[in-house]
Design a binder for this molecule. Structure first.
Ligand code: FAD
Ligand code: DHB
Length: 390
């Protein structure tokens, strides 16, 4: 098969990019290793920034997001008895974030495939990237035991942290920046009303907790746990008890418990690979970078990469303009690094690190005191939380 752009991976980055390219008349095909049901079974992000919402609007695929998404004007940082509300709408000239699950966003993009003429080949296995340094790269893959091959002008790697795209860039031209954290987030999804109408990020002496939601009847909660913990060691009851302690008495009084629909542990990592383009290969989303989840940046960063990549590729095919392709890596990385910084600093502020002593704890308290008392500090957090401009 011959096409202009071969996209590897049909997570949110790959599907968004595919739709944006099709909307501009650029030919593309998306290769996805898993089945649609498997992709939808992964419970991940829940908070959308402006950039992600505006891409869905631009595609005209925002009906369900508008009807079912919950716009939030603020969120809370809790430290012991203290609750600091960050009024993002007031501090950013009326901007909001929208609570709408990654699963729902992915479903909306999947459901529009046929109507928009976006070809996604699911269960495409053994994808390999060839000749990425040339103007005619190609991607062989197998499906149902049969070999196929996509010939194209560009490949875009939207295949997540473990996919093959980043590895197709020679080590001699790439640089990895990495930090691993000594804990993971244990998450629970349950069909119970949220304990608070806004998110609460809590720093408690027993560790971090986050009260989030997917809707008015579905809650998502997290606690941080040592990397050695196994999900099986956390019965629903143990996890609800821990959440009630870490979120504090006021939130605890409003927690409704229920059976877990999903429960899993995700490790925390900061990771950036540069450059994000090599020859005819562009990287978008988790294939190029990972942020720790504190601050809900992962999915939104994938969306801003896709925005830049779509502009660059449509410029190339529709206006014979090569400049944005040449600038793609620098343009995307400038925003990536700012989100990396925000996610890292909020992670450091809200978690108890095993290596930290009284000095580091005093620094956290001083920073939280400063945030509580300074409009400038709150504005800085708010503008990062709603998403920096693209
Ligand atoms: P992905 O969603 O990972 O999609 C990549 C796709 O590529 C997958 O469908 C995969 O099957 C496919 N693929 C992989 N290899 C191949 C191959 N060889 N051939 C073809 N296809 C391939 N972010 C938040 O903001 N908040 C959260 O709470 C949060 N929780 C998370 C929990 C977990 C366990 C993980 C892993 C991430 C979480 N994130 C969270 C991050 C956020 O979900 C990601 O940043 C987002 O999914 C990135 O989208 P993506 O399309 O780049 O990658
Ligand atoms: C969710 C995840 C996050 O990492 C975050 O910062 C906020 C919300 C969530 O899954 O709901």
């Amino acid at each position: 098969m011959k096409t202009q752009v071969c996209i590897i991976g049909a997570g949110p980055a790959g599907l968004l990019l595919g739709h944006l390219l099709r909307a501009e008349g650029v030919d593309c095909v998306v290769l996805e290793r898993r089945s649609p049901d498997y992709v939808l079974s992964r419970i991940r992000a829940g908070v959308l920034e402006n950039i992600t919402v505006s891409l869905m609007e631009r595609l005209g695929l925002d009906q369900r997001l508008k009807a079912e998404g919950l716009p939030h004007d603020g969120f809370n940082l809790a430290d012991g008895e203290r609750l600091i509300r960050i009024d993002i709408a007031e501090l950013t000239g009326g901007q909001q974030v929208v609570v709408y699950g990654q699963t729902e966003l992915t479903r909306d993009l999947m459901d529009a495939r046929e109507e928009r003429g976006l070809e996604v080949i699911y269960e495409a296995e053994e994808t390999v990237l060839f000749d990425v340094e040339s103007d005619a790269p190609y991607v062989p893959y197998t499906r149902d035991g049969t070999q196929h091959r996509v010939d194209c002008r560009f490949i875009v790697g939207c295949d997540g942290f473990h996919g093959p795209s980043r590895k197709a860039i020679p080590a001699s031209v790439g640089m990895e920046y990495q930090r691993e954290y000594p804990f993971g987030w244990l998450g629970i999804l349950a069909d119970v009303p949220p304990c608070n109408h806004e998110l609460i990020y809590a720093n408690h002496e027993r560790g971090f907790a986050l009260a989030s939601m997917r809707s008015e009847t579905r809650s998502r909660y997290y606690v941080d746990v040592p990397l050695t913990d196994k999900v099986e060691e956390w019965s629903d009851e143990r996890l609800w008890d821990e959440l009630a302690i870490r979120l504090g008495p006021e939130a605890a009084a409003n927690i409704t418990r229920g059976p877990a629909l999903e429960k899993s542990i995700a490790p925390l990592r900061s990771f950036v690979f540069a450059p994000m383009r090599h020859g005819s290969l562009l990287l978008c989303g988790d294939s190029a970078h990972i942020v720790p989840p504190t601050g809900a940046k992962g999915l939104n960063l994938a969306a801003s990469d896709v925005h830049y990549a779509a502009e660059a590729l449509t410029g190339f095919f529709n206006k014979s303009d090569n400049d944005a392709i040449a600038a793609y890596s620098d343009t995307a990385l400038a925003r990536v690094w700012k989100s990396e910084r925000f996610s890292w600093s909020l992670t450091k502020l809200m978690h108890r690190f095993p290596e930290d002593g009284p000095f580091e704890r005093a620094m956290q308290q001083a920073e939280l005191d400063y945030i509580a008392s300074s409009r400038a500090a709150q504005t800085s957090i708010a503008e990062n939380y709603v998403g920096l401009p693209v």
